[in-house]
Design a protein around this ligand. Structure first.
Ligand code: SAM
Ligand code: SF4
Ligand code: SF4
Length: 351
């Protein structure tokens, strides 16, 4: 790995920036494309039936391969790693992988995103292995709405147990992701905020995004963050707070009564491509430089054909240096129009 240094102008001083000057800082690793939920906005159950062909074990990167690619990415300046999916906790050995990733010098932030149902029994093992924090998705506290939004799969009490176990294990600050869909769960957002106010957990309200091609997205179902903010401010006055780090996607707010923080991820109405420093590697080893990409770069093939670390680093850095993605800034949502491009689905690419 020492040769990686010549991709930097001096140690710690990165030259791996894209055409818009954005550094490569974050890497999201999708462990598998399978999921125990069928959230309609991500994997609608009519499309992902029992006989749907997900990636085979041999098609997925092994933990050895993931560890190697992560190490190379860290050598190029990545400081934040996130394990995701699909549902990453369906991988029974995820704590072993966490333990290995935690040994990479240069990783400042090691996190995992999960729907939370399988979290309670493994939260402590993940923390012991070196996981720093978790983000847990929970779209509503209303049982019926939650069931609908998990594709009739989710058990809300298990998610709440998962959150409690994560807290107990010190996987904090815990972030709670809520995808807000008009007419589906928007009227229950304040209940979620009320539940988590004062706990130290940070609820993040995410605009329903046009990821992939199968979730029937339309602008009518997007509730602009500004609209939600108004409702929140009327109930519990809030004030904006600055970003924690460059490239942070959430706009942060604090309750004026000291009950903590919340965030908005407003990819549709307030795009943040200008500071996007994220790459994703899917479970089959494809590198994507944008959540809305239609194509990626196959890393599995060179990896399995004997490429050395320097060669893999060159592929990664060359792709990043050519990157000009800014989908959210240029999207033209036209209701009812068929998608013009074949976007890779989010559960596959790694959310
Ligand atoms: N299965 C895990 C989970 O749900 O937390 C990790 C993968 S999931 C793809 C990552 C995040 O993407 C979740 O918080 C989910 O709510 C969010 N997500 C999926 N589809 C989305 C969409 N169409 N718009 C906004 N967020 C979405
Ligand atoms: Fe599964 Fe997460 Fe997608 Fe829901 S959002 S279907 S939990 S991958
Ligand atoms: Fe990054 Fe693509 Fe999202 Fe823009 S649209 S913030 S480039 S992932």
């Amino acid at each position: 790995m020492s040769n990686l240094r010549d991709l930097k102008d001096s140690p710690g001083n990165l030259v791996v920036a894209d055409t818009l000057g954005r550094p490569l800082q974050d890497l999201r690793i999708s462990l598998l494309d399978r999921c125990n939920f069928r959230c309609p906005y991500c994997m609608p159950e009519a499309e992902y039936t029992e006989d749907y062909q997900f990636l085979s074990k041999s098609a997925r990167l092994s933990h050895d391969e993931i560890f190697r690619l992560a190490g190379i990415a860290v050598g190029l300046g990545v400081t934040k790693l996130r394990i995701t999916g699909g549902e990453p906790l369906l991988d029974k050995k995820v704590a072993d992988l966490v333990g290995r990733l935690a040994t990479l010098a240069g990783v400042e932030d090691l996190a995992l995103t999960t729907n939370g149902v399988l979290l309670a029994p493994v939260a402590q093992a993940l923390a012991d292995a070196g996981l720093q924090r978790v983000t847990i998705s929970l779209d509503s506290l209303d049982e019926d709405i939650f069931r609908t939004m998990s594709g009739n799969r989710g058990d809300i009490s298990k998610v709440l147990e998962g959150i409690a176990a994560a807290e107990q294990a010190g996987l904090s600050p815990i972030k709670i992701n809520v995808v807000v869909q008009r007419g589906i769960n928007d009227h229950t957002v304040l209940d979620v905020l009320e539940h988590f106010r004062g706990t130290g957990h940070i609820v993040r309200l995410i605009e329903f995004m046009d990821v992939g091609n199968r979730n029937g997205w339309s602008m009518e179902q997007v509730v602009p963050s500004k609209e939600v903010l108004k409702q929140i401010h009327a109930r519990w006055p809030v004030r904006p707070v600055g970003r924690n780090y460059p490239g942070e996607v959430a706009s942060r707010y604090q309750y004026l009564d000291g009950q903590g923080e919340l965030g908005f991820i407003s990819s549709v109405t307030e795009p943040f491509c200008g500071s996007c420093s994220r790459a994703r590697i899917s479970a089959d080893g494809t590198l994507y430089t944008c959540l809305f990409a239609s194509t990626g770069t196959n890393l599995r093939e060179p990896l399995r054909n004997g490429a050395d670390d320097q060669e893999l680093a060159t592929i990664l850095s060359s792709v990043w240096k050519l990157r000009d993605d800014r989908y959210s800034e240029t999207r033209r949502p036209v209701p009812d129009e068929k998608p013009l491009i074949n976007k890779v689905e989010m559960y596959r690419m790694g959310g």
